[in-house]
Design a protein. Sequence first.
Lengths: 243, 252
Amino acid sequence: MPATVTETTTTAPRHTLVVRVTHWLTVVAFVALLTTGLEIVVSHPRFYLGEEGNVNVKPLFTIPIPSSRDTVPTGYGYVMPDQNGWSRYLHFEAAWGAVLTGLVYAIAGLWDGHFRRDLVPEKKDRNWGAYWGGITKYLRREKPDANETRSYNVMQRTAYLGVVFVVFPLMIWTGLAMSPSFAGAFPLTVILLGGRQTARTLHFFLTWVLVLFVVVHVVMVSVSGFWGRMRAMTIGSRKGKGV
Amino acid sequence: MSGISRRKLMMGGAAAVAGLSGLAVADRVARRYGLIPPDARGRYGPGEALTYAAQRLLMRHSQAMEFSRGMISKTPFMNEVAPLGKEFLAHQALGFRDWTLKIDGMVARPMMLSLADVKAMGTRSQITEVACEEGWSYIAEWIGTPLSMVLQEVGVLPQAQYVVYRSIQPNWWESVDMADAWHSQTLLTWGMNDGDLPVGFGGPLRLRIPRQLGYKSVKYLTSITVTDSMKKFGRGRGSATAEAGYAWFAGI
């Protein structure tokens, strides 16, 4: 422990300023997108595959919740209040926030080597053995290596890269594919996904991938020293254990 | 806070000033080129302005997706509407013989057209999807007269910015910018799937705007007003739906 304490003022912060600021902006945007997204789902809690889908079409699945529209058969005897107006306004405003924040993060990450240095798995770890080793270590609840206080292990790197470069872009893609004017300008974006309703269904599933990531992320942060990691992601100090 | 030097503070301040003045310039340019939607006020204004400006800069002339005949919905969903008023029912009893479409505002020749007059101006059909903001959708063939042909006929004045259109139903009005008004797929629709447009889908006359969500496609159309400013209509947010809290631009 003494080693980490002496590091506080002499070394660079655990996370760069750009990473810290974009992290919290993304948190705000994500919370807004999730809440409003679920709110929009309430107006039609049915999901389909293909191009078209409505109450006359057999759904792929339905969510057993009451709806905010009385045209949707839900089995409930009442209708929820309509919140789509502000939900849709805020959903797209937050989407802009997330996309612009993501752009700043991505450009900075390419520029300052954050992705190359911190997120791309190290050469020695680019094999299945390294992943297997990582999984068994988590399952046995072993103490992390000493260098994991300063850098990410192969599992973390893969999870972060996946969220940043796969899930977020897919989220934006499936979202835009639901825009009639965007779909018209770039029809391939819808055709490749299999249709407007498939895009909507994928958008919904991807939401839960992101929620799962956030849950695991917050659990891991809590297990490994919540306040130390909060300090690292806010004021940037290395003080405390395992930041 | 020892980590933040005076130099960093000054750089940060300079960046903030540059950023703010950049925003101010962007706002002025956007206003000048008509990239600010009428509802770009309040806490959701910035998001709306970004969406609308991006759409108009990148895809002003794009076409809505059209589909093959085989993809036409066997069971199109007839959305519910408020109970139709006495005036509508009287027209319906006469088979819409006396239905009229009034066109006024910033036009050289204001007109009052019967359905036959509208049909005589030209016909176009398209197989496009109605996508509702709630998430559901269906595909149909829509047959009608492009709004652009009627606008040509009445002679739109150069200062026109928006086209406002209204239903016979009370407090049901919308507007689009000139990019959508002149758009080749914007259709004064009177037919659907090889028949007359059923009342449940907006017959006898519905303005279909296939690049935008369903709520822009007003049913039971009776009048069109060309204007240079949305400030003259309602509370200035551009439509009844926008005044009820929904986005005016519904391309997304």
